[in-house]
Design a protein around this ligand. Structure first.
Ligand code: FES
Length: 75
């Protein structure tokens, strides 16, 4: 497998999510998780951002990128 790596200065990593905000920051306060695993998007392609919806799979196939979610796991 050949990975295509594109480094583009001046190109936004976030194509469309919450562009009306100066900086997109999400805070997760965890005292107890209701589910065994909760996934948060880090590819900026999720339709349910900040939750991961699996869109990183399509993005990775199309670009050769290797991004994936942040997983919060219940101990
Ligand atoms: Fe973005 Fe999964 S959809 S990391």
């Amino acid at each position: 497998k050949t990975a295509l790596v594109v480094r583009a200065e001046g190109v936004a990593v976030n194509p469309e999510i919450r562009k009306n905000e100066d900086k997109v920051v999400d805070t997760v306060v965890v005292t107890e998780l209701s589910k065994p695993v909760t996934a948060y998007c880090r590819c900026w392609r999720s339709a349910t951002f900040p939750a991961c919806d699996g869109s990183h799979v399509k993005h990775n196939k199309a670009t050769g990128d290797n991004v994936g979610p942040l997983l919060l796991k219940k101990q």
